[in-house]
Design a protein around this ligand. Structure first.
Ligand SMILES: NC(=O)c1ccc[n+]([C@@H]2O[C@H](COP(=O)([O-])OP(=O)(O)OC[C@H]3O[C@@H](n4cnc5c(N)ncnc54)[C@H](OP(=O)(O)O)[C@@H]3O)[C@@H](O)[C@H]2O)c1
Length: 344
């Protein structure tokens, strides 16, 4: 991040959380220009200090006055905080980039992955004198669409089947801590402490903890269904998903099966993916080396591999791929900062 008199004034809401801390790291790493920085969290954190680029900041309790004079606010403090304070910030002329699901499906609110649909936020700029809201998609949706979109542009996806293997980090800092603690406890022969997930997570896996809906899907799965349609601006694409939590500390993995309207062979797909921004191919069949959550942790790029023709479909109309991405980074903080960069 670089302190510049004519840069925007920035606020980070939820700065003490897993995503909030990553915001700081990404802003710093990308040399984002700023004239001032406000760090906001709950009452619990108010008064604590945060060192950032050799300067000590005091964390303030979020309240309605916090947004006076703020150009861009990066929100990651949960849906209810976004619902309450997002509109207040917008009213004060702030452009809010929101990481929660509060506004993603609201008509007129752009839902943006910069590599995929930057046009959705066209015309929203700092300095226009108007506030605004831009939603960051769900982390699994971002990671999936980073790889699926370049193929979709070439051959048009008609149906997509996604199975996820989601890390503890997706549920925040406390969930990461619980996975560590449970692992220690199980190794020491003690009963694991189950406060965040209500069941043993270490040495186990389970269906995603998001609430189950009346159609039997959980909310995380339906986010993949609905957000894909909005981001691709295509209400006809058929998407189904099964979301699973696995005892990985950080970075999600996803198996994605694609069906196309037009033929797309494996080699052309590999070539398209090799040129796609924000993606790296890890697809070494001879060495059995493919993307892993560990290798993408703390990295910007989403990794894609296991690129192969789906033998259950006729001709070249189906592909299977496997993607891994750091969901605190590209699935949240990095994507939001990329959106903020487009506001300048
Ligand atoms: N983790 C991910 O990969 C991910 C990805 C995409 C989107 N998101 C979304 O980002 C948001 C935060 O996720 P997280 O994983 O970073 O969670 P987290 O680690 O639990 O952090 C939550 C943050 O919200 C703050 N907060 C809670 N109650 C507050 C209040 N009343 N007023 C002000 N601040 C409050 C917390 O501050 P205190 O420390 O003071 O309590 C903390 O900074 C959620 O909406 C989540 O869905 C997360």
């Amino acid at each position: 991040m670089s302190l510049q008199e004519n840069g925007p004034s920035i606020a980070i809401v939820g700065v003490t959380g897993a995503v909030g801390q990553e915001f700081l790291s990404v802003l710093s790493g990308r040399n984002f220009p700023y004239s001032s920085l406000k760090l906001l969290a709950s009452k619990r954190s108010a008064g604590k200090t945060q060192l950032f680029e050799n300067q000590q900041y005091t964390i303030q309790e979020l309240n309605e006055e916090c947004f006076d004079g703020v150009d861009i606010a990066l929100f990651s403090a949960g849906g209810s905080i976004s619902k309450k304070f997002g509109p207040i910030a917008v009213e004060k002329g702030t452009i809010v980039v929101d990481n929660s699901s509060a506004f993603r499906m609201v008509e007129g609110v752009p839902l943006v992955i910069p590599e995929v649909n930057p046009e959705a936020m066209e015309g929203i700029k700092v300095g226009s004198g108007r506030g605004g809201l831009i939603a960051n998609p769900n982390c699994s949706t971002i990671i999936c669409l980073m790889a699926a979109t370049p193929l979709h542009r070439r051959a048009k996806v008609t149906r997509m089947v996604v199975s996820t293997y989601q890390a503890a980090s997706g549920a925040g800092a406390a969930a990461m801590e619980e996975l560590l603690q449970q692992t220690r406890e199980v190794l020491e022969g003690q009963e694991p402490t189950c406060e965040i997930f209500n069941q043993q997570y270490a040495f186990n896996l389970f269906s995603h903890n998001a609430p189950i809906m009346s159609n039997g899907y959980n909310e995380e799965e339906m986010k993949l269904v609905k957000e894909t349609r909005k981001i691709w601006n295509n209400m006809d694409v058929k998407v189904t998903a099964t979301c699973i939590r696995v005892p990985v500390m950080r970075a999600h993995a996803e198996s994605v099966n694609l069906q196309f309207e037009n033929p797309l062979d494996e080699n052309t797909a590999r070539e398209i993916l090799s040129k796609a921004p924000g993606l790296v191919i890890v697809d070494d069949r001879s060495a059995n080396r493919f993307p892993t959550p560990l290798e993408v942790s703390n990295r910007d790029a989403v990794a894609v591999g296991r690129i192969r023709r789906d033998v259950s479909q006729e001709g070249d109309y189906g592909l299977d791929i496997f993607v891994c991405g750091d969901q605190i980074r590209k699935g949240a903080a990095l994507n939001a900062v990329q959106i903020a960069e487009m506001l300048l």
